[in-house]
Write a protein that binds this ligand. Sequence first.
Ligand code: NDP
Ligand code: BG6
Length: 523
Amino acid sequence: MSAPSLEIPLRLSEAMTSPLEPLKRGDPCTAVILGAGGDLTRRKLMPALYHLLHDGLLHDDFSVVGAAREDLTDQGFRDKMKQAILESEEIGHVPDATWDHFAQRIHYVRGDMTDPNFFAAVSARVAEFERESGQSRGRLFYLALPPSVYGTAVELLSSTGLVPRMDDPAQRPWARVIIEKPFGSSLDTARALNQTVLKRLAEHQVYRIDHYLGKETVQNLLVLRFANSIFEPIWNRQHIHHVQITAAETVGVEHRAGYYEQAGVVRDMFQNHLLQLLALTAMEPPVAFRAEEVRDEKVKVLRAIRPITAATIDQFAVRGQYGPGAIDGAAVPGYRQEDRVAPRSTTPTYAALRFLVDNWRWQGVPFYVRSGKRMARRATEIAIQFQRPPHLMFQQDAGRSFAANVLVIRIQPNEGVSLCFEIKIPGVDVRTTSVQMDFGYGNAFGSTDHSAYETLLLDAMVGDGTLYARSDQVEAAWALVDPVVQAWAAEAPRDFPNYVSGSWGPGIADAFIARDGARWREP
Ligand code: NDP
Ligand code: BG6
């Protein structure tokens, strides 16, 4: 039974009752999207740029150039992008005046990246805007390309002079490159890609994106931990029994089987998003909310995690694959029946991993991290499960034990924070029950319609890499997940599919966590 919930009547400070002046606005720049014919540009990037402009967060001196292989004019590309923005979940309504303002900043260059003339054409376009601008205009290249060509794209951007190496971060006009995920498919390939990229560019020019870091509640995790004084003293092994991080999705593999069959859930979700969440939860307080300080602390956590090896994998990890079932009452196929999935595929669509962070703060506190497709509900959350009271002086009704306090940070949906604690039930007897005190972003601030990509694009335009991954972080994360991926590849699972679509994952995952005297929360 879930605990009754107490909504906190919220009084916002005066500053919050009137619109806030933005703390940052994009620099003058030209953003070039390589691979602008793709899904990411349509669904995420263009709506995010439009929204930034709508909110007055782009500099007046801004242009975006879409570069792709389709034969389109500037106007043809603008029409496609308008359609994409109208279809976007976050936007819907596009006033004519705002659109016109945005549309005149959108341009298109046609070509294949492997054609030397292509970069010459991009260069000519960028130079034209820079001449017209008359001021120092930055260059932001977004690689919305297949991962197999990230390295080549960086080499060509460098050799054509579009993105010169800049050892001094203060050099102007700046030139930066955003690289999409996946950054490599193993430790070796990630290292090789880092080498290729860093041979040409300085680290501060490279923005390795992880869209989870742009999510409102992920950033709020830092504020919750470090802008309050009540959490830090109990944020350690003396007070915390274990941590559960869940990223459950109801969607299946959708149209991405070509990629997902090779990737599987550990590469797709753990190497990046989930290890980022773990690192933010476990890291020491950085001295400042600045890129290098935050990244240094996160890397330390990743390096402190005890490696999982082929010999220990059964103690540290379980895997699953969804079979047919139902989501919201509608029948859905199993993974092996999905389009372009091998009928005997052994790709895991669910994993639960137990990470141990070998440092003073976290010694002996397991971090259970799980993610799966086609789960019962869409929910991403971090649950901090505190220790039970050391001595129970209250008599309990038969069959009921005290629930431990749990602090839950809901990343999505229904973003917010809740705390579960025990209270006395009114009456002459001293009987206790668990209740939940709840803060919901939606109730407090109304729905937020800005996406993670807006935050991240704006950060790249102002040169703030705090919410992007550094090369050592990416490699440290690969070093942790690679042995899991390899051990599972070496030993085919015998029980796949082992969970029904619409459930909370395979039964073995319950036994896995129960070994440590814990059980999965139902988000
Ligand atoms: P798509 O396959 O939909 O689009 C890729 C784009 O790259 C297309 O426009 C394609 O052109 C273009 N392209 C491919 N090869 C070349 C080439 N040689 N020269 C020029 N253009 C080329 O991919 P997505 O948009 O979905 O994803 C882009 C990247 O973002 C991928 O790396 C993906 O992993 C990552 N990503 C995507 C997410 C999403 O939600 N879509 C989420 C997270 C990451 P053409 O149209 O002519 O084929
Ligand atoms: C992507 C993964 O990085 O993140 C997808 O490739 C996954 O498989 C997605 O569905 C989840 O992102 P979000 O923002 O919907 O939680």
